[in-house]
Design a protein around this ligand. Structure first.
Ligand code: COA
Length: 254
């Protein structure tokens, strides 16, 4: 997939060195850390694009991430290069393509670790329930718009078809037998703080994905009883916002 024009402001690149607290005991950077960096790049470029005209100010929220594969490991000490570009705009959504490369700064070797596609929706800063219109992106080739529209229509169809699956929750069983689903079933509790949240006071999609990756990793490690890594993540839809604890308390008090 190639975006409208890499020279336009619809492309950004950020880089960060990987530290021990980004990684597991074997030194592999967590899938969740990479997903969080991907989402950070996505929210910057989509929010910037959605505010590029003199309309109502907004923040773009993550609505969906397409399936992504973790193609090669990233290790402590390597530099993550995260590049993002807008590849399609519908009336109310922005498609962002994010590529992640790992660079060994001692040898100069670079490897592609991820390619991810994310969809953002702009919400008014004054009214978080108001979805705003997206300024259309300028394509350098007409086929890019047609290919983008096909991806947009395909994900809309997939969302309608999978809606019924979203209520599935497995209930925990007490004293489960080893190697059963219940045996490795796990949960995490996280108190949402200001650094987890957007300007609207909602938890960043990247923070949510990091938590999802952490708990999934615990389940996989409990089952396999060894070190594990994230190999791929299926498509994720963000149906509702997670609010900061203080905001929720204030709302309940009203
Ligand atoms: N994936 C991709 N696009 C989506 C989507 C999804 N899961 N859900 C909605 N959209 C798009 C629609 O296609 C539509 O664009 P279009 O008119 O160009 O087709 C646009 O969003 C608005 O759809 P609408 O049905 O009016 O909005 P909604 O009531 O479904 O709200 C969200 C959409 C994303 C605002 C809402 O689901 C939400 O708040 N989700 C949580 C977001 C969040 O907290 N993310 C993490 C924090 S950044």
């Amino acid at each position: 997939m190639s975006g409208p024009d890499a020279e336009t402001p619809s492309a950004i690149q950020i880089c960060r060195i990987m530290r021990p607290d980004d990684a597991n005991v074997a030194g592999n950077v967590h899938g969740g850390t990479i997903l969080k960096m991907i989402e950070e790049a996505g929210v910057i470029i989509s929010t910037r694009h959605c505010n590029s005209q003199n309309g109502e100010r907004c923040v773009a929220v993550l609505a969906r991430v397409e399936r992504t594969d973790f193609l090669s490991p990233m290790c402590i000490g390597e530099v993550a290069h995260v590049s993002a570009e807008i590849t399609y705009t519908s009336k109310h959504s922005v498609e962002v393509q994010v590529n992640v490369m790992s660079e060994n700064i001692l040898t100069g070797t670079k490897k592609l670790t991820n390619k991810a596609t994310l969809w953002y929706v702009p919400l008014s800063l004054k009214n978080v329930d108001k979805v705003l219109e997206v300024p259309p992106v300028v394509y350098s080739r007409q086929e890019q718009e047609e290919e983008g529209r096909r991806r947009y229509e395909a994900q809309k169809l997939e969302r309608m078809q999978t809606k019924w699956r979203n209520g599935d929750i497995t209930q925990p069983i007490l004293n489960p037998e080893p190697n059963t689903v219940s045996y490795s079933q796990s949960s995490l509790i996280h108190l949402v703080g200001p650094s987890d949240c957007t300007l609207h006071g909602f938890v960043h999609g990247g923070v949510t994905m990091k938590l999802m990756d952490e708990v999934a990793g615990i389940v996989a490690a409990r089952h396999c009883k060894t070190n594990i890594v994230t190999a791929s993540v299926d498509a994720i839809n963000f149906h509702d916002k997670i609010r900061k604890a203080r905001d929720r308390g204030r709302e309940e008090a009203l």
